[in-house]
Each structure stands twice: as C-alpha cells, then as structure tokens.
Design a protein around this ligand. Structure first.
Ligand SMILES: N[C@@H](CCC(=O)N[C@@H](CS)C(=O)NCC(=O)O)C(=O)O
Length: 283
C-alpha cells in the first residue's frame, strides 16, 4: 500500500480482501474515499481492474455490501475499484441541501462553474488520479481496465469511456441516465456544475457524444428494469438505443420485466455484467 493511502478498514471476503481507503486528492482538493476488492489471484500477480461508479446517494460502500459482486469477481480474478460518488465536507454552501446535486451527486464530471469548480472534479478523479493511485498501490494490470456503473454511475461509465476511446476494454451499465441533457436530474446537475450555456453540456452527455463521435466503444451491455420508477422521466434508454443505432455502436439493451431501480435489480444481473467484463479483460 502506498504511503499516500490511509486504510480505514479491511475485510476478508471470498478468499480476497475488501478494503476502504482515504487519501488527499489533488484534483478534488481534499480528502476522497474509495474501496477496493482484491481477488485471491492478486496475491500471485497482477489482475485486471474493473471500476464501478455508483448512483445518487451512494458511498464507496454501497456496491460492496449490496451488489453481491465479490464471489464471482474472486472466481474471475477481477479487481473491483469503487470510488465515492463525490467529494464530501467541502464547505461549499448548499453541498448538502439537495440529494440530486452536491454531496453524493458528483455526476462524474469536471465542474467549471463556481463554487463547485473548486472541488467537484470527479471525471479527472476517476479517470486519472484514482487509476494512477491504484496502479502504484495494488497489483493492477493497468493495460486491462473495464468500467461499469448504475444510474448516475451508468452515465459516468458511458461518458468516461466515450471521452477516452480505446482506454477501457469493456463497458456496461445498469439503468444509466442515458441522456442527461434531456432529463431533470441531468439538467439540474449540468446547470449547477457547468452553468446555463447548454453547448458546454454536450461533452458530458452519452447520446451527444455518440452522435458527434460515432461508434468508438467495445460492445455495450445495458440492463434496465421495467418497473424502475425513474425509467420514463430520468433514464430514457430509448434515446441511448437511438444514438447507438445512428452511430453504429453495438449495444445489447435488455429490459428486465418487473425489476425496479435498486440493488435487488443490480445484484440480480451482476453476474452477467462481470462475465461480460471478464471476457474482454482476461482474454
Ligand atoms: N433518494 C432517492 C432515491 C435515490 C436512489 O435511488 N439512488 C440509487 C442510485 S440512483 C441507489 O443506488 N441508492 C442506494 C441504494 O439503493 O442503496 C429517492 O428518494 O427516490
């Protein structure tokens, strides 16, 4: 472990280890938290890295206690890296008044509008600073990275991949916010983090990135519950399908009958997603 990491807790899990860390982030200007699952194979050598980006209101712990990913990650030899969903305790006025912006709602973008631009740089954090830290602190194969996420984190995974074509070997999402510019969650967050000029928002919207950049990602796997209360107003998977069709991006979009938005849904289809990533990361 690097000297720059502070270990908060460590737990044996399916022969590997779940550990929670804190460190001083340069790009976010203060303390950040993340979690790592090291599979048993990491004791013998380097293993591929799969980043999971969580949704609104989550912490770095939510996925590891609710998604049930560790058993299969241990079998497949995948390292799981789970960042927190935003900086916390920044002192920014109103950071904690609304669950849709601020704390636990970083949206995996680099804010340009003050006061958020002083701390909310989650894109640079999850794509640059955190991977660098992981690469020098753990037995990680940094030439084999995959990324996935849920809801706000599904949007984050897709945008991180689309902004860096060729970087991630595998990409998937659970109930992603597919077109943030065209839904209330995204409009509120982007207005807060980038200001009112919507032209600047396009660089952070999956459907806009697909439309302007074309097919640039490995085949996508996306699962969406049909009883998800956010489906129609916030998530809009039909816009993702349309953008993928227009740009020639391969997409497997599965509607799962009767599933809602929460971790009972995520955990049900977790194995399919882990196998989707392992096929690309361990080949
Ligand atoms: N607080 C919101 C729900 C927020 C929510 O559903 N968050 C999702 C991600 S967008 C989640 O994973 N929550 C944590 C959990 O289910 O444990 C509400 O009032 O409806």
């Amino acid at each position: 472990m690097g000297a720059d990491l502070r270990l908060a807790s460590e737990h044996r899990c399916f022969g590997g280890t779940v550990a929670y860390y804190r460190h001083d982030s340069q790009v976010c200007g203060g303390e950040m938290r993340f979690a790592v699952y090291l599979p048993p194979q990491a004791r013998a050598g380097k293993v591929p890295v799969l980043y999971y980006l969580s949704g609104l209101t989550c912490t770095e712990e939510t996925f590891l206690i609710k998604a049930g990913a560790q058993r299969l990650a241990a079998e497949l030899g995948l390292m799981l890296v789970v960042p927190d969903t935003s900086p916390r305790n920044t002192g920014i006025e109103k950071e904690d008044v609304d669950w849709e912006v601020g704390t636990a709602a970083g949206f995996y973008v680099d804010a340009t509008s003050q006061p958020w631009a002083s701390r909310f740089h989650m894109f640079s954090y999850v794509t640059r600073e955190l991977p660098e830290l992981v690469g020098r602190s753990f037995p990680a194969r940094m030439d084999r990275e995959g990324i996935f996420g849920h809801s706000m984190g599904g949007h984050g995974a897709l945008v991180c991949a689309l902004r860096q074509p060729g970087r991630y070997r595998s990409v998937s999402a659970f109930a992603p916010i597919s077109a943030p510019m065209r839904c209330p969650w995204g409009q509120k967050a982007f207005g807060t983090y980038f200001g009112p000029h919507t032209e600047a928002w396009r660089a952070w919207d999956t459907t806009e990135l697909l439309r302007s950049g074309g097919s640039r990602l490995p085949p996508l796997l996306v699962d969406q519950g049909t009883s998800d209360k956010f489906l129609v107003e916030q998530l809009k998977p039909e816009l993702l399908r349309e953008a993928c069709e227009q740009s020639g991006q391969p997409l497997t979009l599965r509607f799962q009958d009767g599933y809602d938005h929460g971790y009972y849904f995520v955990s049900t289809f977790m194995a399919d997603h882990l196998r989707h990533h392992a096929a690309a990361l361990t080949a």
